[in-house]
Design a protein around this ligand. Structure first.
Ligand code: SF4
Length: 706
């Protein structure tokens, strides 16, 4: 039988790995990694390899559904797309007329990836500033830290942005990052190869990742004291004059202030805070500063704290004063994409009238996160839930969720459930009937990555643009969510500039002088790298001083500390003696997605809580036991259940759990979404004062046998 091979990319995560999809008699029969794609060179992680299971999964949503009975009763009626669009457009128009466009909120999630452009644009057309994402705990605090330091919001120390540049480095500082799971290609696997070749590796992590075990230096830090550690390393580097004097003199602003500021963060002081031996702090600082080039790869754990912005400010300053900015093997400065990026499209929202942007939920409380001059322009989730429930500061009446399973993603889950029940109208578009979809009025079937086309990959990484082509036309009545937003905008007469997905994709590649159809047989475009553009007049630091601001004028203007400060995490107590890290990832799942996929679930069947043997003995539990977990914030009012997994080398007194757990196999409409969902016991309002990011990383807790 003849076989067609379609070159495409997986977009289950931002790595956007190249894929060859084999089609026979109209069916996808095999997928494998594309050896020619620069991101993965033929490799695929278990999520990518399970693409066919996702495509043909018997539980996929295939048709639009309308709720029958009460919300959450699980009774549905199949309807046509026409009827669905009619209902949605009339309900949204009614909400607009009665309560204003800002009463409509739109939530985007990681489930479909690469849809932020169309959603931001749709918000603009609709006139609502209330876009919800998980960004408040996923790189956006680092984005703000980057903007405060170099004037751009691309998080230059994030693994997805350093990406393959890490392969040119001689010293990699993995800060709270486990790229084996989160960015396996080229970063995760590449680091193992580099280590064999003698590249230095420093790991900052309370947990014994595979990288920690092979690192030259493993700083096993007390969770959420990274701010102190970075300041301590800066102290050593300045005291011992290991910083790059030319770069600091010519390109940095506020060095003397920084020098005076970090004097109090001596290795001895920092050691007491972080539990990292002072000799290791000194050794790490020396190794990082003296090995050239070096780079920091950090991940979202640093955004999971209530000092998130200042922590990332400290790490960005650390790599900057060592002269790593925009050098080969260092942390590269941002560069525009050769195509219209997701960020560019989404930023259309910034063109909403000032008075609308000022009404965004969180604009007053967190102006640099949610105000008119914000780095991201997203609404604050915990203030959204509050507004839905109280009508203050104004009524929020409707929600469209695009692959955002907010019952799993947002903190204080039970309150989020009440908020969802309180909405006048809600719509969810997703692959599966999630617990969040179960509380909606209309549920729509989304196409998966093998059924979609467009530009994929991280919108801040301009050097490899991954191109996704449909391996198969969407099955049943599944729609690309870009199509959904375009059709809804047309139905509501919002004046959207694209008539269909093809026009949308053509528009995005237009800056490169091509149309999307011409790219049918290729799954990537590349842009050559150029280093040290700031020295050639090709890059300007867009800060008030025009330099790298070690002392941030932006933060000062808004009343925050212009120099990064340490902020102590919550203390454990005799009743809650353990420190909880609440956001562990596994290679099998992307947040709450993937637990229906048998091949993934087989290898990761249960929600796990990891701890050392010593900790387990102290609290009287054993490997394999099911335990209840309670936190200092909810006491015995709420508890969640996990299975103990002992991990040799885990920091004593620290436990870590996976997030995003629910049980799709359970037939009731809650699907066990409160049973092992760590967000049930994490409050939404214990947050970073600058960004509003939640502390999910250092929570006093206790456990006992279930
Ligand atoms: S790393 Fe990400 S893009 Fe690559 S195969 Fe896995 S899920 Fe897909």
């Amino acid at each position: 039988m003849s076989q067609e091979i379609i070159k495409t990319v997986c977009s289950t995560c931002y790595c956007a790995c190249g894929v060859l999809a084999y089609k026979e008699a109209g069916k996808i029969v095999k997928i494998k990694g594309d050896p020619e794609h620069p991101n993965n060179r033929g490799a695929l992680c278990p999520k990518g390899l399970s693409g066919i299971e996702l495509l043909y999964h018997p539980d996929r949503l295939n048709y639009p559904l309308k709720r029958l009975g009460k919300r959450g009763e699980g009774k549905w009626q199949r309807i046509s797309w026409d009827e669905a669009l009619d209902i949605i457009s009339s309900k949204l128009t009614e909400a607009q007329k009665q309560h204003g466009a800002e009463s409509i909120s739109i939530a985007s999630g990681a489930g479909l990836y690469s849809n932020m452009g169309i959603i931001g644009y749709f918000c603009y057309l609709l006139g609502t500033p209330n876009w919800l994402t998980a960004g408040y705990i996923c790189f956006l605090p680092t984005s703000l830290a980057t903007r405060a330091t170099i004037g751009y919001s691309t998080p230059i120390t994030a693994t997805e942005i350093v990406f393959d540049e890490v392969l040119n480095s001689n010293c990699i500082l993995l800060w709270a990052a486990n790229p084996k799971f989160a960015a396996p290609y080229p970063v995760g696997e590449g680091i193992f190869d580099l280590k064999k070749k003698g590249v230095k590796l420093i790991v900052v992590d309370p947990t014994p990742t595979k990288y920690a075990k092979i690192a030259d230096l493993w700083l096993q830090i007390r969770p959420a004291t990274d701010d102190a550690l970075a300041l301590g390393m800066i102290n050593v580097i300045i005291n011992e004059e290991l910083y790059d004097k030319d770069f600091v003199n010519e390109w940095c602003y506020g060095f003397n202030e920084l020098r005076n500021h970090v004097k109090e963060y001596t290795p001895e002081v920092v050691s007491k805070i972080t539990m990292v031996p002072d000799r290791d702090i000194v050794a790490a600082a020396r190794m990082f500063a003296q090995t050239k080039p070096s780079c920091i790869c950090q991940r979202v754990s640093l955004d999971h704290s209530y000092n998130a912005v200042q922590t990332s400010r400290a790490t960005i300053i650390l790599t900057s004063i060592c002269g790593n900015l925009d050098i080969k093997g260092g942390n590269l400065l941002p560069r525009p994409m050769p195509v219209k990026s997701e960020f560019q499209l989404a930023n259309q929202m910034a063109n909403l009238p000032q008075e609308i942007l000022e009404r965004r939920l969180g604009a007053k409380e967190f102006p640099l996160a949610s105000g008119p001059n914000a780095v991201s322009g997203f609404a604050q989730p915990f203030l959204w839930a509050e507004a839905v429930l109280t009508g203050k500061p104004y009524k929020v009446s409707a929600l469209i969720s695009s692959a955002n399973n907010c019952l799993l993603q947002m903190q204080n889950t039970k309150k989020v459930k009440q908020a969802l029940l309180n909405l006048d109208f809600s719509v969810t578009i997703d692959h599966f009937m999630t617990p969040t979809a179960e509380l909606s009025d209309i549920v729509l079937p989304a196409a998966c990555w093998l059924e979609r086309e467009g530009i994929r990959g991280h919108p801040g990484y301009p050097y490899v643009i991954s191109l996704q082509h449909k391996a198969i036309e969407p099955l049943f009545e599944r729609w690309d969510d870009v199509k959904f937003f375009i059709e809804l905008a047309k139905r509501m007469h919002l004046g959207i500039p694209w008539q269909n997905v093809e026009e949308f994709n053509d528009d995005r590649v237009k800056p490169a002088g091509i149309n999307f159809k011409e790219l049918e047989y290729q799954n990537f475009l590349t842009t050559p790298k150029e280093y040290e553009r700031h020295k050639k007049g090709k890059f300007r630091f867009e800060t008030p001083s025009g330099k790298v601001e070690l002392y941030s004028n932006l933060l000062k203007e808004y009343g925050y500390s212009p120099l990064p400060l340490y902020k102590a995490p919550p203390e454990v107590t005799s009743e809650f003696p353990l420190i909880l890290i609440g956001g562990q990832k596994s290679v099998e799942y992307v947040h709450s997605a993937g637990r229906q996929i048998s091949s993934l679930r087989r290898t990761r069947p249960n929600p796990i809580i990891t701890m050392s043997q010593k900790t387990a003995i102290e609290v009287g539990v054993s490997d394999g036991d099911w335990v209840w977990l309670e936190t200092v914030y909810f006491g015995n009012n709420e508890r969640v259940k996990f299975k103990v997994g002992l991990v040799e080398g885990m920091l004593n007194g620290v436990v870590q759990v996976e997030h995003g757990w629910w049980f799709p196999e359970r037939q009731d409409p809650e699907h066990g979404c409160f049973e092992s969902n760590i967000n049930v016991v994490i409050p939404g309002d214990v947050v970073d004062p600058i960004f509003g990011s939640t502390n999910i990383r250092s929570i006093p807790c206790r456990i006992y046998k279930a």
